[in-house]
Every structure is written in structure tokens, then in C-alpha cells.
Design a binder for this molecule. Structure first.
Ligand code: NAD
Length: 353
């Protein structure tokens, strides 16, 4: 085997399994802490309050105002709540928005973090924080950002609405697909990527008709852990860049945008590195990874066009401009007209070959 790579693992303690939420108190103590500030969005406030009640004295308070894109003004309020409560660690209960808030606190005061992940976005296993100030989203990396402990309890994902389960699962698959052709790819990340896609491919079609399918929920969460780990381990390329731009500039929803764009960005890159995406085509049983991903999304009822997400046809020129202004690495070089064509196909929702 003629390989050359650098592998750096992200140290995190992972507890996986139905009922594992019961370990939260022991995990807080294991970190040497005794006063946790619990975080959630307003939507999951009652759930996180119930968890806090179960923790007794280990819960110092609840801050249930996490918001999309981690606005700095929300983080500042959470920092004040952390200080007022005399907290010594944070527990983020939820998806990428809540986890982002926990990371933003830890980035500022190095608080130990425990995450109870309830979507498939994967942020809980990355040392990456995206935060927004005055409408501008910036990304930072650092060891204090990576949560120390992650609890994956599939029981807590049964209530994730079907549409969100699907798009969040496709968001996870996007991390893995880009990981396979990452410039700094390595064999461990690639194994995790393939296994993660395989698990989500098996699970999502069973979740759509039966969101309470315990086996499928467990498989999907397992897949999301693997895909998120890939995101944390290797660099992303065209797909994540385009989604970041569409989300940031045109305010398109995060997971849905990933779902729509993935077959098209993969089609763009697949022509340059078909051998690296062969495992994905194999998982879907199609001649190309791109067509397999498109058919899979469509069969799950995911949105398949940018038009359906509310992007105007007259925004496409600007989107192409913005995604090609700063150069960045992709296995197939970024060419403005080809990206404009890609966006047109994604806008109308045409199936890649
Ligand atoms: P989200 O965290 O915004 O959650 C969406 C909504 O679903 C929220 O109201 C939430 O409370 C609710 N919800 C979450 N889990 C639920 C459950 N099990 N049952 C019922 N409702 C539930 O969505 P997301 O897609 O997880 O996260 C998106 C954000 O995360 C974006 O801002 C994105 O940029 C960020 N993100 C960051 C990274 C990273 O590594 N830094 C990785 C992935 C995503």
C-alpha cells in the first residue's frame, strides 16, 4: 500500500446507547465539576429543565436561549448567566445551535463541556466554532472548543421531526462525502466516512415511516457520530463552502441547503476523483455517487431544489460570484462558469448523471 498521510485524532469521551442520558451526573463529576449550566434552544427548554431537575445540586441553572449561527450577543448573555450561577461546566442539550453556544462559552472561559446531541449535524465532535457578529459569520478552531464528553442517547432523537431527521442526516452524509476527497484525508477518517454513510443510508428510510424505530434511530445517531468525526478531522471543500455562502448571504436553512446541494457538488468533484467516491456509489448501488445521493434524497422526501428553499433565480449570479471570489482547494479546481452552471442545476433540482 503506497500511502502518505498525517492522522490527528480529536480526544473526546463518547457514551453511546439508549438510556445513556442517565450517566450525565456521573460524567459531570468525572470532569471534576459540580455546578453545570445547562443550555438549549427555547424549543427544547422544557426537556432541558427536566434534565436539570433530575441532576439536583449538580445543576447550577438553565440558559434556554441558544439561537442559530451562535450570535455573539446571545453568548454574552450566556456568559453572564454562567457567572451568576457560579457554574463550573456547561451541558449543551440539542443540535448544532445549542452546541455552538456551549463551544462559544468554552472558547472564552475554557469551561469543560458535555454535549447531549439530539440531531445529526455532528458539531459535538469538532473543534470548530462558527459565530456571528453584526451579521458576519466567522469560524475559529481550537482545543478548548472541542467538547470533552458526548452522550449519544438515541431515545432522545425519536422526537426529531421526520423532515429534520432526513435533512440533518443528509447534512451528516455531506461531511463524510467531502471527507473522502479531502486534501488531508487519511485512512481512519475515510473508514469512518464510509461506515457513517452506510449507517445513515440504512437508517433514514426506516425513520421516515416510523420515527420511533429504535434500531433505525440508533443507527442514524451512530452514523452521525462517525460523519461528524470526519468533519472534525479533515478539511472540507466546495460543498461546505457553497453551503456556508448560501446560508450566510441568502439566509437559507442549514440542513436543507446541505441536502439540496450535496448531489450537485459531488457531481462537480466526482469527474476529477471518481475513484475516491466509488465507495459512495457502491453504498447506493448506482453508477455515480452523485446520482445515488440525489435518488436517495428524493426518495426520502427531502427538498431537491434551491428554488424550493426560496432562493430567487436572480440570486444565482451573485451566489456564483461569492463562492468563487476567494480561491480554496477542491479536487476539481473552482471555475466560475462551471459553478454558475452547478448552481443553476441545483436551483432547478435536475438529477445529476
Ligand atoms: P439546530 O441545533 O438549529 O436545531 C434546529 C431545531 O430543532 C431547534 O429548535 C432545536 O431545539 C430542535 N431540535 C433539536 N433536536 C431535537 C429533537 N431531538 N427533537 C425535537 N427538536 C429538536 O439544528 P442543527 O442542524 O443541529 O444545527 C445547525 C447549526 O449547527 C448551524 O448553525 C451550523 O452552522 C452548526 N453546525 C456547526 C458545526 C461545527 O462543527 N461547528 C457542525 C454542524 C453544524
Amino acid at each position: 500500500m503506497d500511502q502518505s498521510f498525517i492522522y490527528t485524532g480529536n480526544p473526546a469521551r463518547i457514551l453511546f446507547g439508549a438510556g445513556k442520558r442517565a450517566e450525565l451526573g456521573a460524567e459531570i463529576r468525572r470532569l471534576g465539576c459540580s455546578r453545570a449550566l445547562l443550555l438549549s434552544t427555547p424549543f427544547q427548554k422544557s426537556d432541558v429543565e427536566a434534565i436539570a431537575a433530575g441532576l439536583g445540586d449538580l445543576a447550577a441553572g438553565v440558559f434556554a436561549n441558544a439561537a442559530m449561527h451562535t450570535p455573539v450577543e446571545v453568548t454574552e448573555k450566556a456568559m453572564a448567566a454562567y457567572a451568576a450561577a457560579g457554574a463550573d461546566c456547561v451541558v449543551a442539550f440539542g443540535g448544532g445551535s445549542t452546541i455552538g453556544l456551549g463551544k462559544a462559552i468554552a472558547y472564552r472561559n475554557d469551561a469543560p463541556q458535555i454535549v447531549i446531541a439530539t440531531t445529526y449535524a455532528g458539531s459535538e465532535v469538532t473543534p470548530i466554532l462558527g459565530q456571528t457578529e453584526n451579521g458576519v459569520k466567522t469560524t475559529v478552531r481550537g482545543p478548548s472548543i472541542l467538547p470533552e464528553t458526548v452522550i449519544y442517547d438515541p431515545d432522545l432523537t425519536h422526537a426529531l421531526p421526520v423532515a429534520m431527521s432526513v435533512t440533518s442526516g443528509l447534512n451528516a452524509i455531506a461531511h463524510a462525502a467531502e471527507g473522502l476527497y479531502a486534501q488531508d484525508r487519511n485512512p481512519i477518517a475515510s473508514m469512518m466516512a464510509i461506515e457513517g454513510i452506510r449507517a445513515l443510508k440504512a437508517a433514514l428510510p426506516d425513520i421516515v415511516p416510523n420515527p420511533g424505530d429504535a434500531v433505525a434511530r440508533s443507527n442514524a445517531l451512530y452514523g452521525s457520530w462517525l460523519c461528524g468525526s470526519v468533519l472534525g478531522m479533515v478539511g472540507m471543500a466546495l460543498h461546505h463552502k457553497i453551503c456556508h455562502t448560501l446560508g450566510g448571504t441568502f439566509d437559507l436553512p442549514h440542513a436543507e441547503t446541505h441536502a439540496v446541494m450535496l448531489p450537485h457538488t459531488v457531481a462537480y468533484t466526482e469527474t476529477a476523483v471518481p475513484e475516491l467516491l466509488l465507495p459512495v456509489a457502491g453504498i447506493f448501488g448506482t453508477s455515480t455517487a452523485a446520482s445515488g445521493l440525489f435518488d436517495f434524497s428524493a426518495a426520502l422526501g427531502a427538498p431537491t431544489s434551491l428554488k424550493a428553499l426560496g432562493l430567487g433565480a436572480d440570486d444565482l449570479d451573485r451566489a456564483a460570484e461569492l463562492t468563487t471570489t476567494n480561491s480554496y482547494w477542491n479536487p476539481r479546481p473552482i471555475e466560475k462558469q462551471a459553478i454558475r452552471d452547478l448552481l443553476q442545476r441545483a436551483w432547478s433540482g435536475s438529477r445529476p448523471e
